[in-house]
Ligand binder design. Structure first.
Ligand code: PMP
Length: 296
């Protein structure tokens, strides 16, 4: 896929420049060591105009990720949100995926960065895992041990683990990987959180070994609004395979139902699950079709 053309502009340290004219420093610490933090955000073409969904939450997490990784974050988040709206306008984007990246410059040492840059780019991107139910394989790769890194930070280097897991899953005929944590509890997908449904309640892995997804938090709040009991706890593979249904959620993937995990197919018809109700409600929320924001 082509992410930009000769007319595309991106935001770099306070300026808009043509994506095709940008350069990368091949002596950059971020490039060599995966030492950078980023976000994945969506903008939707709503009846109120183009709206960036949960902009504040995403830029707050970007700052928190940078702080955890000791990468300077001298940026004004409200200004970044304003500039992101400008970026969408300049690129004529209404429905878009937005990618801010905070990275460090020339430095081959393993010492924390003393300066950083921010770039924000955007492109049109359909649902990351498609619109059909996905076939999931449990990965032989675990999520990084939370004692080896700050797993709650959205750090570039963590995504080598995600690339290994998706590559393995696709090679084995699955659409997506599901990774366990170091204690073999269910953690998350390579780029999405997981929920399961059992006997009219939904469950999702507790925080600790996963990225605290903004979509996950939204789903938990939607459950409250819809009077669906939602329990955050450690979940075993057995509990997952005995579930009635399951779904992934994330900014890029939105909410997408899971057909099967390994050889186990979930018994419920997707359209009749709580996941499908949450999927419809989430879509209405991001498109501002109903004013759930006043409630959640
Ligand atoms: N887990 C991982 C590993 C991810 O990369 C993502 C995508 N950012 C998520 C979960 C979902 O997070 P969010 O809902 O904030 O996009």
């Amino acid at each position: 896929m082509q992410y930009y053309d000769s007319n595309t502009v991106l935001y770099l340290n306070g300026q808009f420049i043509k994506s095709a004219e940008t350069t990368t420093d091949l002596y950059g610490q971020s490039l060599h060591y995966g030492y950078a933090v980023f976000e994945g955000i969506r903008a939707y073409n709503t009846h109120n105009g183009t709206r960036i969904f949960k902009a504040k939450e995403h830029f707050d997490r970007l700052q928190r990720s940078a702080e955890l990784m000791h990468i300077p974050f001298p940026f004004d988040k409200d200004e970044l949100i304003r500039q992101t709206y400008k970026l969408l306008k300049k690129n004529n984007l209404k429905d878009a995926y937005i990618r801010p990246l905070v990275y460090s410059g020339q430095n081959m040492t393993l010492e924390a960065a003393t300066e950083s840059s921010i770039m924000i780019c955007a492109w049109e991107w359909g649902a990351y895992l498609g619109n059909k139910l996905v076939k999931v394989g449990i990965s032989s790769y675990q999520r990084p041990n939370p004692k080896s890194t700050h797993i709650e930070a959205k750090a570039s280097g963590h995504y080598v683990n995600s690339i290994l897991a998706t590559t393995e899953a696709k090679k084995n005929g699955y659409d997506e990987a599901l990774l366990l944590d170091m204690d073999n509890f269910i953690a998350e997908g390579s780029g999405a959180n997981i929920f399961i449904e059992k006997n009219g309640k939904v469950y999702t892995p507790a925080l600790g070994s996963i990225l605290a997804g903004i979509t996950r938090a939204t789903v938990i709040k939607l459950c409250r609004t819809l009077d669906i009991e939602c329990i955050e706890k450690q979940l075993t593979v057995e509990e997952l395979k005995n579930a009635d249904s399951a779904f992934f959620c994330g900014t890029a993937a939105e909410i997408i139902g899971i057909a099967s995990v390994d050889d186990t197919t979930f018994p419920s018809v997707w359209t009749e699950t709580l996941g499908a109700t949450l999927q419809r409600t989430y879509k209405a929320l991001v498109l501002e079709k109903q004013n759930y924001e006043v409630i959640i």
